[in-house]
Design a protein around this ligand. Structure first.
Ligand SMILES: Cc1cc2nc3c(=O)[nH]c(=O)nc-3n(C[C@H](O)[C@H](O)[C@H](O)COP(=O)(O)O)c2cc1C
Length: 155
């Protein structure tokens, strides 16, 4: 199984988890990066409004992959605008599997994972599993053990 880990991260939490996942899966990695950064308030407002921001070129044609793992922080309960743009740009995704990994400051049950699931199932992708990791668990290192079950469901 060939997997692609696609990650957006602003302060590094999601990036840390995504790199661990990439290593354990032996996956390829692509970083989602907006062309321009914006102030905190604009981040929160644009995420809340489910806006899209232009992103730098990254791997968005997944012809060569069987599985895509979208890794994202939660902003205003939702996905950051760069992640929204990435999902829009994805190509050759029909019938491919996907999984969702989010990191967050608050509790699970926020909209972001559902947003990702809805966007990608609308593109005829097949949902496998999801995980939400709190930033404390990233900082304490607990996230490594938390990834075990998630990875088992992917392989
Ligand atoms: C603009 C902004 C909005 C955020 N909104 C939420 C939120 O609604 N719920 C939440 O649980 N965490 C929220 N957070 C916290 C991040 O989800 C959390 O710190 C995450 O681990 C950051 O990932 P990163 O380091 O990869 O950027 C927000 C962070 C930022 C910068």
């Amino acid at each position: 199984m060939k997997a692609l880990v696609a990650c957006y991260s602003f302060t590094g939490n999601t990036l840390k988890v995504a790199h661990e996942l990439q290593e354990q899966l032996g996956a390829d990695f692509t970083r989602i990066e907006p062309v321009k950064d914006k102030w905190y308030l604009f981040k929160a407002i644009d995420a809340f409004r489910e806006k899209k921001w232009p992103i730098k070129p990254c791997i968005s044609d997944i012809t060569d992959y069987d599985l895509l793992v979208v890794c994202s922080p939660v902003w205003s309960g939702r996905t950051p605008p760069g992640v929204n743009q990435y999902m829009d740009e994805l190509q050759n995704v029909e019938g491919k599997k996907f999984a969702v990994l989010v990191t967050m400051g608050g509790n699970p049950g926020q909209l972001a994972p559902t947003q990702i699931k809805n966007s990608l199932t609308d593109k005829e992708m097949e949902f496998v599993t999801e995980i939400g990791i709190k930033q404390e668990s990233v900082q304490s290192g607990e996230y490594v053990a938390m990834l075990d079950d998630f990875i088992n469901e992917l392989i």
